[in-house]
Design a protein around this ligand. Structure first.
Ligand SMILES: N[C@@H](CCC(=O)N[C@@H](CS)C(=O)NCC(=O)O)C(=O)O
Length: 238
């Protein structure tokens, strides 16, 4: 596969989903951190594409939206690990879990990592630390970033009925645990798109206390480690 560039925000669950797929498949890639305030690092996007991350560039092709990107990688990468189950039941489950990651888990996570001012400031620091912006931009991302993130989190909570963030996350993780059941992976005995989507999304909050709470669930923690081992093994091969 031609060189892949991933345009991302460090704390974007959808970007982590794409990173998880790239690593699991063993595809080498270069990351470009996008400034959330002006997104000036983004390449020219296809007509109609929102100015959002993740975006990947592969040779002359630009692909946006995490679900489309993962599907693109599955279609174009012929040597890496396959993430699409052939069994129709497992395929349906993989698609269900990916949709849940897109529509529910990715929405609930910001409420636990940006829900309070302290958390929002910590999150903005993580972004500033991992980015390669200049000093002034860095300070702006820290100050502006935490303000925006806090507002985003508040809006999500009210959209979702004003529940308590930790309880909303616990309810989502109950669903995931039930889908996983006693299996090694959402894909049964093999990794699937649903696994990498959920793994990427959770990795996004690995530096936050909510992650420790999630990892107190033994079956989820064991699954998380299994997927992490595959990502690490294949990433080193990339
Ligand atoms: N459906 C898109 C969602 C992407 C998305 O919402 N990205 C957020 C970051 S987590 C973004 O770029 N937001 C910038 C903005 O809305 O201005 C996907 O799956 O990639």
């Amino acid at each position: 596969m031609e060189a892949v560039t991933l345009y991302q925000f460090e704390l974007c669950p959808y970007c982590h989903k794409v990173k998880a797929a790239l690593e699991a498949k063993g595809i080498a890639f270069t990351k470009v951190e996008v400034n959330p305030m002006n997104k000036k690092e983004l390449p020219v996007l296809p007509p109609g594409a929102p100015r959002k991350v993740p975006v990947i560039q592969v040779g002359s092709e630009t692909v946006f939206d995490s679900t489309a990107i993962v599907a693109y990688l599955e279609a174009h990468d012929t040597t890496g690990l396959r993430l699409t189950p052939t069994d129709p039941t497992l395929l349906a489950k993989s698609q269900l879990v990916e949709k849940w990651v897109n529509d529910d888990l990715s929405h609930v996570l910001p409420t636990v990592i940006y829900g309070t001012w302290g958390e929002a400031i910590k999150a903005a620091k993580v972004v500033a630390k991992t980015s390669n912006f200049g000093m002034v931009q860095n300070a702006m991302v820290r100050a502006g970033g935490s303000l925006i993130m806090h507002q985003v989190a508040k809006r999500i909570v009210s959209k979702r009925g004003g529940g308590e963030p930790a309880a909303m996350l616990a309810a989502e993780m109950d669903k995931f645990e039930a889908w996983l059941g006693e299996a090694d992976f959402i894909g049964g005995t093999a990794l699937c798109v649903g696994d990498v989507a959920a793994h990427g999304c959770l990795t996004c909050i690995a530096e936050f206390p909510a992650f420790t709470v999630i990892m107190a669930r033994p079956r989820v923690a064991a699954w998380y480690q299994r997927v992490a081992a595959i990502r690490t093994r294949n990433r080193h091969r990339a």
